[in-house]
Design a binder for this molecule. Structure first.
Ligand SMILES: Cc1ncc(COP(=O)(O)O)c(C=O)c1O
Length: 398
């Protein structure tokens, strides 16, 4: 039987745990978020997705900014197949060559000397927050208004909003306005372990800070004896057209978290550490059963190789410039972003526009700004599909 979300929900309603809820399907949908795309997807190829009825869609959302390589890249598929056939799993208690190769490849690609593999962006941020507090011996974290860092308790604690009735987690967090240097200076003090920041705020609607702000933040954080954590879970590994967007801005954070596109769709994330940070962490201080598993590492190694061999950073940058230009149609107030990561600010609510684009077979993303569409296509999206989306957007907004 082909996989179907409807069948999955129906199965869950038969389970007592779900039957107790007033509407099992409704509750599950709420858990999954309010920006659901009403499709049941069966397969994909490159930048195209196919639903269970065989209808095709251009994927300008990249499955939550994940599929930078597109669907089913043959070299990625072969790397996973070969790894599964040779060594499918062993934990980090023993070395496996593919983990060493993936860590070296990631260090070479990003310029950060040490990589620590985990399973999700939120877990990478948890680990980075732990390291910042341990290294400094201080309790407080500064985070940005409208920032997003994940849904586990520590990551949620530094995420703006999104608490959805969950109690605040342990530890003091001070929020300051993104892009406001004076506010950051005021919040810094001898009790501050670290500052966590996205170089461009993704879920907020691709919001860029004033030029030079992040470099000034890095200076102030260092002068305060605190640690700078860059959350590049969304911006990194090519999405914004660079291995790391912070490095492109000339800023080298103490800790960088990456995830999303890192495994080409395989669940894997990493904390990247400067050497002084790495020297302060002892083996066993953060542990995870699945982190750094052979399949995840094979996916990382293949993803980075494909990006380099196929010039996908350059391609992402060129596609981004095209998107910024052609999406400026009447009804669009601003386009912004970098690489295959573009925000389109509309003169009206974005949700009905996304629905109308879906009816024309384009999948686009939303953001926490109700007027901003977020485009995160794979870097293999053809130029003519970008132009077709611009035409469809113009027609919908007319
Ligand atoms: C900037 C940023 N950090 C962290 C996360 C959390 O990553 P994950 O969903 O893999 O836990 C996200 C997810 O959207 C993100 O955009």
């Amino acid at each position: 039987m082909p996989f179907s979300t409807t069948a999955m929900y129906a199965g869950m309603t038969e389970n007592n745990q779900w039957r107790r809820l007033p509407s099992a399907v409704g509750s599950l949908l709420d858990c999954l978020g309010t920006n659901r795309i009403p499709l049941t997807l069966a397969s994909g190829e490159g930048a195209l997705l196919f639903d269970v009825d065989g209808k095709e869609y251009w994927d300008f959302y990249g499955g939550h900014a994940v599929t930078f390589l597109g669907q089913g890249h043959p070299k990625w598929v072969e790397a996973l197949r070969a790894q599964a056939a040779s060594l499918s799993f062993f934990t980090t208690l023993a070395d496996v060559p593919v983990r060493t190769r993936a860590a070296h490849a990631l260090a070479r690609f990003t310029g950060m000397p040490v990589a620590w593999f985990v399973n999700s962006g939120a877990e990478a941020n948890e680990a980075a927050l732990k390291i910042a507090r341990k290294v400094t011996g201080r309790p407080v974290i500064i985070a940005m208004e409208n920032g997003f860092h994940g849904r586990t308790m520590g990551a949620l604690g530094v995420t703006w909003g999104y608490r959805d009735g969950h109690a605040p987690p342990h530890g003091e967090v001070r929020f300051v306005r993104f892009g406001d240097l004076a506010a950051l200076e005021q919040a810094l003090g001898p009790d501050v372990a670290g500052v966590i920041v996205e170089p461009i705020q993704g879920i907020a609607g691709i919001v860029e800070p004033p030029s030079g702000w992040l470099a000034a933040v890095a200076d102030r954080v260092r002068a305060n004896g605190s640690v700078l954590i860059a959350d590049e879970v969304q911006s990194g590994i090519g999405r914004a057209g660079h291995a790391l967007y912070t490095h492109h801005l000339g800023v080298v954070p103490d800790l960088v978290t990456v995830g999303k596109g890192l495994g080409g769709g395989f669940p894997v994330a990493a904390v990247l550490l400067t050497q002084p940070m790495a020297d302060s962490v002892k083996p066993g201080e953060h542990g995870t059963t699945f982190g750094g598993g052979p399949l995840a590492c094979a996916a990382v190694e293949a993803t980075l190789r494909i990006i380099e061999e196929e010039g996908l950073l350059e391609r992402a940058s060129a596609l981004g410039e095209r998107m910024l230009r052609v999406m400026r149609v009447p009804g669009v107030e601003a386009t912004r972003g970098s690489g295959v990561w573009i925000g389109i600010e509309l003169d009206r609510p974005a949700k009905p526009v996304a629905a109308a684009l879906l009816a024309r077979r384009f999948i686009v993303g939303a953001s926490s700004n109700p007027r901003v569409l977020r485009l995160c296509p794979p870097a293999v999206m053809p130029e003519y599909a970008v132009d077709q989306l611009a035409e469809a957007l113009a027609a919908v907004l007319r």
